[in-house]
Design a protein around this ligand. Structure first.
Ligand SMILES: [Zn+2]
Length: 74
């Protein structure tokens, strides 16, 4: 005998084809605003833009023991 087990509803599953992305919070001093950097496809650095002035910012991954999650852009 088998009982239909619906423990994992498919509608709540994450859509396939969207790889998990790493994010990094960054503080933009230019506008006093928080922004977000996303990891580049090659995984060597993070890139993002200031949400207000669209200024580009970037940070390298794993350089100098960067365990900190908060970065600052001047
Ligand atoms: Zn800005």
């Amino acid at each position: 005998m088998s009982t239909p087990d619906e423990n994992t509803p498919r509608e709540n599953d994450e859509p396939t084809g969207t790889p998990p992305r790493s994010f990094l919070m960054i503080w933009f001093r230019c506008c006093n605003a928080y922004g977000r950097l996303t990891k580049t496809p090659d995984g060597t650095q993070y890139k993002g833009r200031c949400p207000k002035c669209r200024r580009e910012a970037q940070a390298r991954v794993g350089e100098g023991g960067s365990n900190r999650r908060m970065f600052e852009a001047e």
